[in-house]
Design a binder for this molecule. Sequence first.
Ligand code: ASP
Length: 345
Amino acid sequence: MKQKIKSTIISAVIFSSVFFYGCQSKDVRSNAQEDEKFVLVIHGGAGTILKKNMTPEKETAYIQKMTEALNNGHTILANGGSSLDAVESVIMMMEDSPLFNAGKGAVFTHEGTNELDASIMDGVTLNAGAVAAVKHIKNPIKLSRAVMERSPHVILAGTGAETFAQEEGFQLQPEEYFYTKRRWDSLQKALGNVGETSGIITDEISVYSTVGAVALDKHGNLAAGTSTGGMTNKRFGRIGDSPIIGAGTYANNKTCAVSGTGHGEYFIRGNVAYDISAMMEYGGKSLKESVKDVIQYKLIELGGTGGVIAVDKNGNIAMEFNTEGMYRGWVRNDETPQVLIYGND
Ligand code: ASP
């Protein structure tokens, strides 16, 4: 009898623990499913991008390459990869494409060279890495990540950055690797338009084709990255906003991840990427409001042109610009990638 009561109690305990565990694990699973939201947003530059000036072939080429990049990032994020891995990988794909002003396809300086800038930021730790004015690095975003993870510094520039790259096993590319006829012709056009006091020409070369990516991964972590050749006809070792943390790139798990494209000097003066995060953190504004405000009250008032992409910690996205168009795209969990180009898309 005593034995029977004991085994009944044991069975009841086992049953209730299984029942309790079952309920609990169901809850945990459903929470995990909620947390498993992931988002990737990319840009390929903003500027005077008008349908009437676009050939169907060119349009298709941009849509295809950006869709390919989004699919690649989607696979990484869907498999539980980090937002940092997704951002690095999609930017590398765009750096390898001659369509964009980053890596292969970078614009030319006044002297006819290519000087590349990039940066990456981890929203979890607020660690960041950047390179500026490198001339022989195929994937400056990868080197930026190495700076972040394997050096005690944030920004490395010029030959110092390339020495670090070699120590880290990066192969230096010959300068010819970066040549594209399209960008060379743009430089010639700009040179033809500069007078005695030559400087950066922006009016004639009015598409900023820098690339950038922001992502939220399944673990709730944000990351941002940006890569560029800068601006056509730039001089004197000019460095733009793309490698400046807080100007062209910013990520913070408390708020959002941002990447910008446009006339870099204005993005630097307006601290554009950080300002969006600060408005959310200290002003309690939504991502959408913060992004709109920064374009309106910083960029437009200062006289700058360009755009930003951003994702917040809840997976909301924003893509704003004050130019005619911006190559932009996004993908979420089980959605198909979307790519837009023009202002009224
Ligand atoms: N923001 C970049 C720079 O000023 C240019 C671009 O977005 O294409 O260097």
